[in-house]
Design a binder for this molecule. Sequence first.
Ligand SMILES: C[S@@+](CC[C@H](N)C(=O)[O-])C[C@H]1O[C@@H](n2cnc3c(N)ncnc32)[C@H](O)[C@@H]1O
Length: 260
Amino acid sequence: MADDYPFDNASAPASDRMSALEASYDRTTFEHLGKLGVGAGWSCWEIGAGGGSVARWLAGQAGPDGHVLATDLDTRLLADLPANAEAVRHDVRAEPVPDRKFDLIHARLVLIHFPERDELVAKLAGALAPGGWLVLEEIEPRGQTVLATPDEASATVFRSVQGRILDLLERAGSDVEWAGRLPEVLAGAGLREVGSARVTTRWPGGGPEIRLLAANSVELAEKLAADGVPPADIEQFRRVLADPRFTVSSYPLVSGWGRR
Ligand SMILES: C[S@@+](CC[C@H](N)C(=O)[O-])C[C@H]1O[C@@H](n2cnc3c(N)ncnc32)[C@H](O)[C@@H]1O
């Protein structure tokens, strides 16, 4: 079942991918979680914790009386968490939720990849303490726009290769339109005080955020080649992403929250 997930934390580009996600989205994530009041003494569960930046931030907010459980299918990038946080290997799809209740459960860019995502939201809502928040953040990958380009050929190769990457992710089970439905899904799981926000930023060529797209193209290179994407196009795509004259809007990030 978990085989649908198309990326691997053991791959060479994985830490690049995590740093790019942190550069792109941490600021927005921390703003939303801060507004919901995450603070001293909270018990938090960070699902699909990846490189651990959100788990570390939560641990700082929760302080010595709080606790952060950071789970992932593969915890190798979760080294050096603070004393009030623990990294645990856990498959959120196949395994039951932990035997405790949480003030906050957060997952960013995790559930979008799983066909049974709506059922998982209901499962996670059941692990909340009364008054606890479930916060889910997902991207809308088809919502990117080319904002600046040195020439039309660069924009064309960007759109073409990026489109093939998204086709591949959809075939692997990702729902690239799920983010927009987060408020309905959270309400459908019986949560109250449901809200959402959608944030789009700029990803200039050569910057830390756009490296996400380059890392994905490295990690998915074999699959793209098997789909008939010419290697020369993939190389040109990476050159475009490294060019400061090129800028694309970020994948929009939808943050949705609801309270038990
Ligand atoms: C796209 S990364 C996002 C990482 C992090 N949440 C972030 O936004 O920076 C998805 C993460 O989910 C993890 N993951 C994939 N399938 C999982 C599963 N079945 N259970 C738990 N984690 C899973 C991956 O190993 C990876 O670390």
